[in-house]
Write a protein that binds this ligand. Structure first.
Ligand code: NAD
Length: 376
C-alpha cells in the first residue's frame, strides 16, 4: 500500500500574507535572517500581526549552524510562543523547523502552530519534513528528516521574492529544477509525485529566465514560487538522489550555495543515472525513460530515449548559460588541488547522505569520484 498526504495548508498568491491577520491574541515568535530585518521585509509580516504580541529572533545565517539552533532554543524557551513564523529562504525555515521541534520536545508542548513564509523560490522547505543543519567545525551538512518538522501552514506571497537578486534567483531556481527532476526519477516516485514534479519542471522552463531577467515580473515570480512548493511536495514523498547528496558535501566543504552546487552537478548526474553510453535501443534504464519523458513534456525531440536524455541535458546546460551560472567547480573559484585532496571524503559523505537511498541507480564512492572529476 502507498500513501500520499499533505499536512501543510497552503495559502498562495498576491495578498496571501493578509491571512496572518487570522492570528488573534497569541504570542508569536518570528524566526528570520538579518537581511529580512535590514531590508524591512519583516514589516510586511509584522503589520499583519496587530492582534497579537511578537518577538523576533533574526540571527539565522545561510546554511544554519548548530550553534544558532542552540541559541534559538533558548529564545523559544524564554518567549514560550503560541505561534512560530519562519520567514526567509531555506536557511531560516530549516533553522526554525529544528528550533521549534527540539523546543517542543524539551517543553513537552505540542500546541505551537508553525507557519513558514518562504522568501526564495527554491528549497520547498515550507512543505517538507526535511531540514539541513550544518556542523561548521566538521564541515558536514546534516539533512534531518521527521514528520514533526513539516510546517502547519505555508504562505506563498510572491511580493516577498521580488527583492531576490538575480544570481540568487538563478541558484534557487535551479534548486527547484533539481528537486523536481530527482523526485521524478527517484526509486520511490509514484503517479502523484510525478504529477507535481512535471508541473514544477514545466513552470521552471517557462518562467525562471523571466524571473532572473526581471525580478519585478510578478507572474514569473508567482509561478516560480508555486514551482518551488510543488517540487517540495513531490520530493517530500519520494526523497531525492545523489545530486543532492554530492551538493550537500560540496556546500559544506567549499561553501558553494546549495542551488548552484545542484545546478553544476545536474547534467552529469542525469548522464550517470541514465547510463547514456551503455544502453542499446531495447535496454533502457527506467531512469533514462523518465528523463526522456521530461524531454517530451518540454517539447524536445525524444524520438528515442537516448535523444530525449541528450536533449534534456543540453536544455539544462543552455538554461544555466542563460542564467550566467558557473558550470564547474573552477568557475566557483574552488581550489582544485583542495578538491583532489578531499575527493574520497566527499564521496564518503555523499554515499552516506540520506538522499542517496532513493537514487534510481545504486551508486558507489568510485561513481561519485567520477562525477566529481567531470565537474572540476
Ligand atoms: P538561503 O536561505 O540560505 O538564503 C540565501 C541568501 O538569500 C541569504 O543571504 C538571504 O538573506 C537572501 N535572501 C533570502 N530571501 C531574500 C529576498 N527575498 N530578497 C533578497 N535576499 C534574500 O537560501 P535558500 O537557497 O533558500 O536555502 C538554502 C538552504 O536550504 C541550504 O542550507 C540548503 O541545504 C537548505 N535546503 C533545505 C531543503 C529542505 O527541504 N528543507 C531543501 C533544499 C535545500
Amino acid at each position: 500500500m502507498n500513501n500520499f498526504e499533505i499536512k501543510t495548508k497552503i495559502r498562495f498568491g498576491e495578498g496571501s500574507l493578509k491571512s496572518l491577520q487570522d492570528i488573534k491574541n497569541k504570542k508569536v515568535l518570528v524566526i528570520t535572517d538579518p537581511f529580512m530585518v535590514k531590508s524591512k521585509a519583516i514589516d510586511k509580516i509584522l503589520v499583519n500581526l496587530n492582534n497579537s504580541t511578537y518577538d523576533v529572533f533574526s540571527d539565522i545565517a545561510p546554511d544554519p549552524p548548530i550553534e544558532t539552533i542552540v541559541t534559538g532554543i533558548e529564545v523559544f524557551k524564554k518567549v514560550n510562543p503560541d505561534v512560530i513564523i519562519a520567514l526567509g529562504g531555506g536557511s531560516a525555515i530549516d533553522a526554525a523547523k529544528v528550533i521549534n521541534d527540539f523546543s517542543r520536545q524539551i517543553l513537552n508542548d505540542n500546541r505551537v502552530e508553525f507557519i513558514a513564509i518562504p522568501t526564495t523560490s527554491g528549497t520547498g522547505s515550507e512543505v517538507t519534513s526535511f531540514s539541513v543543519i550544518t556542523d561548521k567545525q566538521k564541515g558536514i551538512k546534516y539533512p534531518l528528516v521527521s514528520n514533526n518538522l513539516i510546517p502547519d501552514v505555508a504562505i506563498l506571497d510572491p511580493e516577498l521574492v521580488k527583492t531576490v537578486p538575480d544570481f540568487i534567483t538563478a541558484d534557487t531556481g535551479m534548486d527547484v529544477l533539481t528537486h523536481a527532476i530527482e523526485a521524478y526519477v527517484s526509486s520511490d516516485a509514484n503517479d502523484f509525485s510525478d504529477a507535481l514534479a512535471e508541473k514544477s519542471i514545466k513552470l521552471v522552463f517557462e518562467y525562471l529566465v523571466n524571473a532572473y531577467k526581471n525580478g519585478n515580473d510578478s507572474k514569473a515570480r508567482e509561478k516560480m514560487h508555486n514551482a518551488s512548493c510543488l517540487a517540495g511536495i513531490s520530493f517530500n514523498q519520494t526523497s531525492l538522489g545523489i545530486n543532492h547528496s554530492i551538493a550537500h558535501a560540496l556546500g559544506a566543504k567549499f561553501h558553494i550555495p546549495h542551488g548552484r552546487a545542484n545546478a553544476i552537478l545536474l547534467p552529469y548526474v542525469i548522464e550517470y543515472n541514465a547510463d547514456i553510453k551503455g544502453y542499446t535501443n531495447r535496454d533502457y534504464t527506467l531512469a533514462s525513460e523518465k528523463y526522456a519523458e521530461i524531454s517530451k513534456l518540454l517539447g524536445f525531440n525524444s524520438a528515442t530515449v537516448r535523444a530525449g536524455v541528450k536533449n534534456l541535458v543540453n536544455a539544462i546546460k543552455k538554461l544555466q548559460k542563460e542564467l550566467n551560472m558557473p558550470a564547474s567547480l573552477k568557475e566557483c573559484n574552488v581550489n582544485l588541488d583542495e578538491t583532489d585532496n578531499i575527493k574520497d571524503e566527499i564521496a564518503f559523505l555523499a554515499i552516506n547522505d540520506g538522499c542517496t537511498k532513493s537514487n534510481p541507480k545504486v551508486s558507489t564512492e568510485k561513481d561519485i569520484i567520477e562525477i566529481l572529476n567531470k565537474i572540476k
